[in-house]
Design a protein around this ligand. Structure first.
Ligand code: IMP
Length: 194
């Protein structure tokens, strides 16, 4: 991180998103790996595709055209087994339309699901994605106050939803994808310094 006159901070890397909840989590997680990240708040183009990775790559390219600095973006999907992976790449649209209540109404006995995160890094020369997933299940009712699908997603080996857990940022799909990214990023920084 660099500090410049006028107290404005310049960061080596930015997280581009319109979602401040995601940024707060990304910032905490990356700080724990020794990476300082700035927030570049922007609505990004989200193409329709069955592939989260393709969506993430397009998002990253759109983000770079706006931010023009080394950056990461994130694309996530909630995949529900009994709905054959729905909402998956359409998770954002489904959350805005039927929401958590609509998802709960669609499910019966089989409540298994997974959350997937793709983190894509983009700068002038490099476009690199890191993915991770966390298995779990969908709760029978809304539990806890949290953003997005947090009140209905129970990670494997826990009995509480993401919204109820105090250690979400040490187990989540986002944590796992950012851990992979951090390893790669820190190694790249090290070799650039040599
Ligand atoms: P996006 O398209 O990457 O923004 O994410 C797809 C949907 O999943 C959005 O509705 C997000 O709010 C939701 N989402 C992504 N990550 C999480 C999370 O960690 N907890 C709860 N909801 C999430």
């Amino acid at each position: 991180m660099k500090v410049v006159a006028g107290m404005q901070q310049l960061f080596d890397i930015y997280f581009v998103s319109s979602n401040k909840h995601k940024f707060q989590e990304v910032k905490k997680i990356l700080n724990s790996f020794g990476i300082q990240i700035g927030f570049f708040k922007s609505e990004l183009e989200e193409i329709q595709s069955n592939s989260l990775k393709d969506i993430a790559i397009k998002k990253a390219q759109d983000a770079f055209s706006k931010c023009k600095k080394p950056l990461i973006i994130e694309d996530d999907g909630l995949f529900i087994d009994s709905l054959l992976g729905f909402p998956g790449p359409y998770s954002s649209y489904v959350f805005k339309t039927i929401g958590n209540g609509g998802i709960l109404n669609l499910l019966k006995n089989n409540r298994r699901a997974k959350f997937v995160s793709i983190i894509t890094f983009c700068d002038k020369h490099t476009l690199q994605s890191f993915d991770a997933k966390i298995s779990g299940s969908i709760s029978k009712s809304l539990k806890g106050k949290g953003w997005g699908y947090d009140p209905i997603f129970i990670p494997e080996n826990y009995s509480q939803t993401f919204a109820q857990l105090s250690n979400k940022n040490q187990v989540s799909h986002r944590y796992k994808a950012l851990k992979k990214f951090s390893k790669w990023y820190l190694r790249m920084q090290e070799s650039n310094d040599q």
